[in-house]
Each structure stands twice: as C-alpha cells, then as structure tokens.
Design a protein around this ligand. Sequence first.
Ligand code: FES
Length: 82
Amino acid sequence: MAVNRCLCHGVPFAAALATARAHGCATVAALQNFCALGTGCGLCVPYMQRALATGETDLPVLGSREMDLWTAMSGVVAEGRR
Ligand code: FES
C-alpha cells in the first residue's frame, strides 16, 4: 500500500510537489505557505518531506526512525514538541 496524499486535506503529494516546485519550497514548512498539507494531524509531514527530497510521490509506509528523520528536516514543529 502506497502513501500518496495528505488524508486530512485530500491533497495528493504529486499536486503538492508541483506547488512546491512552482514556489521553490524545499521544506514542508515553506510549502505550507501555499497549501494546507500537514496542518491537520501532521502524519503526512515526513512523507511529504521525503517527496520534496526525492521526487517520489507514492511512498512506502515509513518506520519510526525514518519518520523522525524526515520530520526533523521538514521545518515543521510537531505539536507536543514545542
Ligand atoms: S494526513 Fe496530512 S495533516 Fe493529517
């Protein structure tokens, strides 16, 4: 099963990646100036950060270490970590 969208806001990673490229966004935090992806539960944030880094938009389910790595690179501060 591939993870390919923000479920909270129904934003496909492919569409978000196109938005990011159009606006020069390298992080999810920057992308959030242009779309709502990642502003709900936040589960999609590490997936989208990986999509920004690799261009992949159909992603495997990530393990906890990879989730932490990509989240740290996203520029998004998770609730409860502030
Ligand atoms: S799945 Fe993207 S904010 Fe919840």
